[in-house]
Design a protein around this ligand. Structure first.
Ligand code: 13P
Ligand code: SF4
Length: 323
């Protein structure tokens, strides 16, 4: 079946069964196109919290994102096209590691990147995403009246936040990184610039320090998208230092601009495990009211963990509202 036909049958089944589909910018373009909402991790948690009103929500992203949606919507069914689509960065920070650091620094608040498991969030004071991390850290500093915090698991984001918030950071666990962004080198960027000297360089804060410091703009996926949207008439070309799904989106939405990927390694194999066929399979089970088969796609966080993880997620959403 062609992609177009497959997309059409997904849309028909989705509408017939009243399902909301959320997709991260790193999904393949054919999944982005059938989503009701597209966004970065902050945007999607806000949508899951406020706008996704259907009983069934399909989350095309990685599992920690679906867990966050499930924690925020415990009365709803959050379904993922592929349970193996996990974020290896999240696995760097276990609840045991957090507890160990808390023992060592009992007076310091714990700020965890949303790229963590629900069990790690349950041990945190507040969560943050790459969109709101600087703001959240500044607010938690005021709330706890501290000059230092515990932050994990991404090392590069931790450094970026420390540089831009003036808050001292103890990295937990110290070696956490994203295998996609941390492999982007300054040589990759300069190589791309040699071919496209007029291009503006946009990178994600999970990139290494020398790449971040060289870039014209550092921001989350939605931050990069908005940078292009606001500057598209001023700058024609952009080097996109993040997962290539964002480049696909930008190329479709801004056809008069040009976008370049500085490295072929900017592919998150985990995000790409989601396939349109699996989304259709979920919708067909729903259509057939085959709830047993649907269970294999459902992400449900155990109630005790969900209850404790809800607090830091809600605090993040509250803090983000006021900013
Ligand atoms: P965003 O916060 O930009 O959505 O990033 C999520 C992520 O997984 C980055 O690799
Ligand atoms: Fe995780 Fe990196 Fe993939 Fe984002 S791009 S989901 S941080 S592995």
């Amino acid at each position: 079946m062609s992609i177009r036909k497959l997309q059409k049958s997904v849309i028909n089944l989705k509408e017939k069964n009243n399902v909301t589909i959320l997709a991260h910018y790193y999904q393949n373009i054919e999944i982005q196109e059938i989503a009701d909402y597209l966004g970065d991790s902050l945007g999607l948690s806000q949508i899951a919290h406020q706008k996704a009103t259907t009983r069934y929500i399909i989350f095309a992203g990685v599992v920690f994102m679906a867990e966050t949606a499930s924690i925020l919507n415990q009365d709803k069914h959050i379904l993922v096209p592929e349970r193996q689509a996990c974020c290896p960065l999240a696995d760097f920070l276990t609840p045991t590691i957090i507890k160990k650091f808390k023992q060592e620094y009992p007076s310091l608040p714990v700020v965890t990147y949303v790229n963590t498991t629900a069990a790690a969030k349950a041990e945190s004071d507040v969560c943050c995403t790459s969109s709101n991390s600087i703001n959240i850290v500044k607010k938690i500093k005021e709330e706890f009246e501290v000059t230092k915090i515990l932050f994990g698991p991404d090392n590069n984001l931790a450094e970026y936040v420390a540089q831009n918030s003036g808050v001292e950071i103890v990295k937990i666990p110290g070696e956490g990184h994203c295998y996609v962004h941390s492999h982007l080198t300054l040589e990759n960027i300069k190589g791309s610039q040699a071919a496209h000297p007029q291009a503006k360089v946009l990178v994600h804060p999970e990139c290494i320090k020398e790449v971040r410091e060289y870039a014209d703009f550092v921001g989350s996926t939605a931050g990069m998208y908005n940078f292009v949207k606001e500057n598209r008439d001023i700058y024609e070309e952009y080097i996109i230092g993040t997962e290539k799904g964002l480049l696909s989106r930008l190329s479709v939405d801004f056809p008069n601009n040009r976008f370049y990927l500085p490295s072929e390694k900017l592919v998150c194999m985990d995000m790409k495990k989601n396939e349109l066929q699996n989304i259709k399979a979920i919708l067909k089970h729903l259509d057939a009211e085959d709830y047993d088969k649907l269970k294999q796609f459902e992400i449900k966080v155990p109630a005790d963990i969900a209850e404790r993880a809800l607090r830091p997620i809600k605090k993040m959403l509250e803090y983000s509202k006021k900013s």
